[in-house]
Design a protein around this ligand. Structure first.
Ligand SMILES: O=C(O)C1=C[C@@H](OP(=O)(O)O)[C@@H](O)[C@H](O)C1
Ligand SMILES: C=C(OP(=O)(O)O)C(=O)O
Length: 438
C-alpha cells in the first residue's frame, strides 16, 4: 500500500458486506482449539496480522495447524504443547501475548515472547503479578512490567485463589481463565478480580467460548464484592468438531457508521442479535444518535436521511467502557453531531495500539473540532464545517478505519500509512470503496 491514501468526499453509501471474522473470537478459538483434546475444524477465521502472529506462535510451540481453504483451518490440540522451547513474535497483538503468557507459564517449557516496539510499552505486569504466586517463572527482559519476556517452567504452587487486577485490561483475566485447565488438575481453581474490571463483555466472550470447548466457568461474587470465577478440578477442553467464527463486530462499526452518515442502507452480514461480541452494542449507539437500525440473528442494517440531506446525528454523552474499540468510531461520528459529545470511562485507550485519547484528539482537531481530554474521557465539539486534512494513523488500524468516515464531511481527506489496517482488516479500504459513491 502507498504511504498515503486520498479519499474523495463520500456523498452516499449503500450496499451489503460480509464481515471478516472476529479478531477476538479467532484468537480465542485458536488457543482453545490448540489446548483441546481432539481436532477442531475452524471456519471463518480472520486472516490478518493479529491472527497470523497467534497462529505462528502456536505452531512454533508444536501445535499442528493446517490451512484447508480461505478461513478454514484444522487444529490438532492437546493440553500439553509438543515443543518445550520457542521464540515467539507477537507483533502488536495484546490479546495474543496476554493469553499466550498465561498458558505458556504452565506448559513446562522455555519460551521468549517479544513484539513491535509499541508492544514493549503495553503493560503486562498485572498478569505476571497474578501468575507468580502460582509458581510461574516469568522474567522481564527489558523493563519491569512490560514485554519482552522469558518464561521458564513453573515451580511449586500456592493453593490460594488467584487474584488479578482488571483495571488496565480485561485480557489478563481472559488469559488466566483460558489457562485454567492447566491449573485446575487436582483442585478447583478460583480466580478473584482485585478492584475494577474494565471491558467486561470480553470476559463474557471468554467464558462463552470456553463453554463451547467443554469447560464451564462458574461466576459469582467474592467476599470483597469483586467478580469471582471458579473452574472445576479436572476440567479439560474438548474439541467441538467444527467451530464457525462470527463476523467482527468492531469492524462492523465502520460500516454501520457509514450507513448513519451517508444514508445507507448499509447491511453487514456475520453479526447480529445472536453475536457473542460486546461490540454488537455499537449499533444501539447509532440508533441513540438518530439512525434507523434493523437487526436479524446474523445481520445488522443502518440507514438515515444522510448528511447530504440535512441529517445530523444527535450528540451523545455516555460511558463507553463496555465497547472500547467501537467507541473510536463513535468519536468520529461525533464530528457531525448537533452538539458536543463526551466519551467517558475510556482510560484503557491510553495503553492500546497508541495513546488513542491523545491521537484521536490531535486528529479530530486537525479537522476543525474543539477537543478536550482527561485521563479517561474525550469531549468533542463539532466544527461548523470540516477542514480537509492529512490524518496520521499512529500505526493504529482503528485510527485509519474510523477517520476514513470523516470523508462523509464533503471534503477530500488523506489517510497516512493506511496499511496499518492489516492488523485486523487487510482489505478495509477496498470494501469501503465498494459501498461508497463520490
Ligand atoms: O479480549 C479481547 O478480545 C479484547 C479486549 C479489549 O482489550 P482491553 O480488555 O485491554 O480493553 C479490546 O480492546 C481488544 O481489542 C480485544
Ligand atoms: C486494542 C486492540 O487490540 P489488542 O489489545 O488485542 O492489541 C484493538 O484491536 O483495538
Amino acid at each position: 500500500m502507498p504511504p498515503f491514501l486520498d479519499l474523495a468526499p463520500i456523498r452516499a453509501a449503500r450496499g451489503e458486506l460480509r464481515l471478516p471474522g472476529s479478531k477476538s473470537v479467532s484468537i480465542r478459538a485458536l488457543m482453545l482449539a490448540a489446548l483441546a483434546d481432539g481436532e477442531t475444524q475452524l471456519s471463518g477465521l480472520l486472516d490478518s496480522d493479529d491472527t497470523r502472529v497467534m497462529r505462528e506462535a502456536l505452531k512454533a510451540c508444536g501445535v499442528v495447524i493446517e490451512e484447508q481453504g480461505a478461513g478454514a483451518w484444522r487444529v490438532r490440540g492437546g493440553l500439553q504443547f509438543p515443543k518445550r522451547e520457542a521464540e515467539l513474535f507477537v507483533g502488536n497483538s495484546g490479546l495474543s501475548i496476554r493469553t499466550l503468557v498465561a498458558v505458556l507459564a504452565f506448559m513446562g517449557g522455555h519460551y521468549r515472547l517479544s513484539g513491535v516496539p509499541r508492544m514493549h510499552q503495553r503493560p503486562i505486569g498485572d498478569l505476571v503479578d497474578a501468575l507468580r504466586p502460582l509458581g510461574a517463572q516469568i522474567h522481564y527482559l527489558q523493563q519491569d512490567g512490560y514485554p519482552p519476556l522469558a518464561i521458564e517452567p513453573a515451580q511449586g504452587r500456592a493453593d490460594a485463589p488467584v487474584r488479578v487486577r482488571g483495571d488496565a485490561s480485561s485480557q489478563f483475566l481472559t488469559g488466566i481463565l483460558q489457562s485454567a485447565p492447566l491449573l485446575a488438575r487436582e483442585r478447583h481453581l478460583v480466580i478473584e478480580v482485585d478492584g475494577e474490571l474494565i471491558s467486561k463483555p470480553y470476559i463474557d466472550l471468554s467464558v462463552a467460548l470456553m463453554q463451547r470447548f467443554g469447560v464451564t466457568v462458574q461466576r459469582d461474587v467474592g467476599a470483597s464484592g469483586a467478580p469471582r470465577f471458579t473452574v472445576p478440578a479436572g476440567a479439560r477442553y474438548r474439541a467441538p468438531g467444527a467451530f464457525a467464527v462470527e463476523g467482527d463486530a468492531s469492524s462492523a462499526s465502520y460500516f454501520l457508521a457509514l450507513g448513519a452518515l451517508a444514508g445507507g442502507p448499509v447491511r453487514v452480514f456475520g453479526m447480529g442479535r445472536s453475536s457473542l461480541q460486546g461490540d454488537v452494542r455499537f449499533a444501539e449507539v447509532m440508533a441513540a444518535m438518530g439512525a434507523q437500525l434493523e437487526q436479524g440473528d446474523d445481520w445488522t442494517e443502518v440507514r438515515s436521511p444522510g448528511l447530504a440531506n440535512g441529517f445530523r446525528p444527535k450528540a451523545i454523552d455516555a460511558d463507553f467502557n463496555h465497547i472500547p474499540d467501537a467507541a473510536m468510531t463513535v468519536a468520529v461520528v461525533a464530528l457531525f453531531a448537533d452538539g458536543p459529545s463526551v466519551l467517558r470511562n475510556i482510560g484503557s485507550w491510553r495503553v492500546k495500539e497508541t495513546d488513542r485519547i491523545a491521537a484521536m484528539a490531535a486528529e479530530l482537531t486537525k479537522l476543525g473540532a474543539v477537543v478536550d481530554t482527561g485521563p479517561d474521557f474525550l469531549r468533542i465539539e463539532p466544527p461548523a464545517s470540516l477542514r480537509s486534512a492529512a490524518i496520521d494513523t499512529y500505526d493504529d488500524h482503528r485510527m485509519a478505519m474510523s477517520f476514513s468516515l470523516a470523508a462523509c464531511g464533503g471534503m477530500p481527506l488523506r489517510i497516512n500509512e493506511p496499511a496499518c489496517v492489516a492488523k485486523t482488516f487487510p482489505d478495509y479500504f477496498a470494501q469501503l470503496a465498494a459501498l461508497t459513491e463520490a
